[in-house]
Design a binder for this molecule. Structure first.
Ligand code: CP
Length: 339
């Protein structure tokens, strides 16, 4: 763990292969904690973690809470509806209140892109020893989801010893609303770092051509790419062609809350062109796993039958792996905190 250099976790574009493997090793160790009699480790005893979700969440919020509790941390949850935001307090003042209470780590979800990064900048310039962990900001980044998806796939390909090597040269197809998806962006950084080839598939309104260049340069403000050679990214408009050589398929929710206007008028037509179903999976040359980050819109991006078929979908495995992945992230950020 000595090589861990991140004081905040904001975006997977800053992660090296070594970072991914450090997280995978810890996740593998933490996977079994719930089988012990106490179901806990003392690693973060006395640390305070604020779980600040300014946007709705089920999976991410509850698994960060559970992960913190499994590491024996104190957790403060925040709910928009019962907070002083309704009295006019700003999100920044709300966050500063948690920092004043001594939060060691703040897990933040916000509908606006870059809120976690701006906050990380604020704590750094003010020498505050609080780490910021991005739990999803606008359509920018959802690092813990990208990591749990990566770990779930690595475990599928190599159940005994999941590592970044398990993804090398694998062909992963991501289907759907790429434009509004922070999950797709985080998966693009993570998968290409491991040498996977990613095919993006969707209509032009939800998948602009610019995505072909997404991982070619680090985002503005980041000096260099810590990964020497990334896997390639392709765009394919036809689902049949996209699925042909796939080793795994990820489908994404249509994110209507992030669409500036109604970009799809005919959901039936979208489902018939891009819906992942038992029928469309017949275009794959072999039996492949299907991932979905959740929440699912049944009958829009994936069939209800497929959601219920866990011989094919890895949805419950993704949720299960979310806990040890988030334990690993909290553990790593907690390493440099004073007791
Ligand atoms: N995948 C995901 O972020 O789900 P939640 O919105 O329920 O946290």
């Amino acid at each position: 763990m000595n090589n861990w250099k991140h004081n905040h976790i904001l975006d997977l574009s800053t992660f090296s292969l070594e970072d991914y493997n450090t997280i995978f090793e810890l996740t593998t160790r933490f996977k079994d904690v719930h089988k012990s009699s106490s179901r806990k480790l003392p690693a973060l005893q006395g640390r305070l973690i604020g779980n600040l979700f300014f946007e709705p969440s089920t999976r991410t919020r509850t698994s960060f809470e559970l992960a913190a509790k499994r590491l024996s941390a104190d957790v403060q949850n925040f709910s928009v509806s019962t907070s002083s935001l309704s009295k006019g307090e700003t999100p920044l003042d709300t966050i500063l209140t948690y920092i004043s209470m001594g939060a060691d780590i703040l897990v933040i979800r916000h509908e606006s892109t870059n809120v976690p990064a701006e906050l990380a900048n604020y704590v750094d310039i003010n020498n505050i020893n609080t780490s910021i962990l991005n739990a999803g900001d606008g359509f920018h980044s959802h690092p813990s989801q990208g990591l749990l998806d990566l770990f779930t796939l690595a475990t599928f390909f190599n159940p005994k010893e999941p590592s970044t090597n398990s993804l090398f040269n694998k062909k992963v197809t991501i289907v759907g609303d790429i434009l509004h998806s922070r999950v797709a962006r985080s998966n693009l950084w993570a998968l290409t770092a491991c040498g996977a080839e990613v095919t993006l598939c969707g209509p032009p309104s939800l998948l602009p051509e610019e995505f072909i260049d997404f991982v070619l340069n680090p985002p503005p403000g980041q000096r260099s790419d810590p990964v020497k050679k990334r896997g390639s990214v392709f765009i394919e408009r036809s689902l049949k062609d996209a699925l042909k050589n796939s080793d795994a398929v990820m489908t994404l929710r249509l994110q209507k809350e992030r669409m500036k206007q109604n970009m799809l008028t005919d959901l039936d037509s979208y489902y018939s062109q891009y819906g992942i179903t038992h029928e469309s999976l017949k275009w794959c040359k072999k039996k492949v796993p299907v991932l979905h980050p959740g929440p699912v819109n049944r009958g829009i991006e994936i069939s209800s039958q497929l959601v219920e078929d866990n011989s094919i979908n890895l949805i419950s495995k993704q949720v299960e792996n979310g806990i040890p992945i988030r334990m690993a992230l909290l553990y790593l950020l907690g390493l440099n905190k004073n007791s």
